[in-house]
Design a protein around this ligand. Sequence first.
Ligand code: PLP
Length: 367
Amino acid sequence: MSQNQTTIAPQPGIMEISLYEGGASKVAGVENVVKLSSNENPFGPSDKAREAVIRAAHGLHRYPNTDHAGLRGAIGEVHGLDPDRIICGVGSDEIIHFLCQAYAGPGTEVLFTEHGFLMYRISAHAAGAIPVQVAERDRVTDIDALIAGATPRTRLIFVANPNNPTGTMVGLPELERLARAVPQAILVVDAAYAEYVGDYDGGAELATRLPNVFMTRTFSKIYGLGGLRVGWGYGPREIVDVLNRIRGPFNLSNVALEGAEAAMRDREHIARCQAENARMRAWLAEALAEKGVPSDTSCANFILARFADAETAGACDEYLKTQGLIVRRVAGYGLPHCLRITIGDEASCRRVAHVIGQYMAERAESR
Ligand SMILES: Cc1ncc(COP(=O)(O)O)c(C=O)c1O
């Protein structure tokens, strides 16, 4: 053992964590790449959010406020929710982390679905809890399987709705059925992609009405602020009170608070991004299907393109890279034969469809 190597062991679970890898943004030797690997908004944030961030820079010598009242007020107004039942975090990742830290721990279980977001497993391990993965049915959350998978030790059930990376979702009555069947656990409806669905409140009404439903949301997707790191959660007052006790008082910077508040208030920008995403999502799904690459109907800002097998998907990914297109492999989510493709602007969607078409044609010819 080298002299500076510690023998002090970390808390149980920590060494089980596999580090999360973000979507790649570079390809060696290729210029002008298009990044379609992190479900970012291709149009970026509202101009009003950019201006607010620049204005906030004048106050960088001041600590931010600790209660996030301005931002919570704006979220409450826009969504028709009580600001006292809202908590803001460094991305929804931090809210997920708070939930595990507060409610899970050694001897408890945290449930999530087969192709669920990787942070659930990571945050469960970080809390020393046992992560339990439950099968989906044809890449869709299976409520009966979650109910069957719950035990008296289950404290949290995470359901991303729509889910990443499948893009599929289940109806609110199904989520209510789950919450009612597992009163010993908090059902966390992760609604990071809610704005892309259309007529959907992300589980807000359920979280208003039921004592064991909590909703998480983010500014990283349709608000185009992934780099600012702001998310929020909404639910029963008691849960918000618990989470606030472990939240660092200055977890969000002035810049993050001001930028997110301005972004929340600019509804026109959000409406434009929603419309454009819906248009290009339908176009891309159809264009790929015509080229022999099917996908499930997506409710989010990406589609999960399905190939014959893992080898075909991997080779297609390599081919896309040579053409400057970065998409996401999802083998880590149990989907090695799929590629997740973020809905970019029209030019990017046309480019990715064209290149996948080329790849499929070349592959067919070489057989
Ligand atoms: C389902 C889901 N939940 C939560 C997040 C975390 O988002 P953030 O921490 O940026 O708010 C993501 C990000 O990709 C996601 O896909």
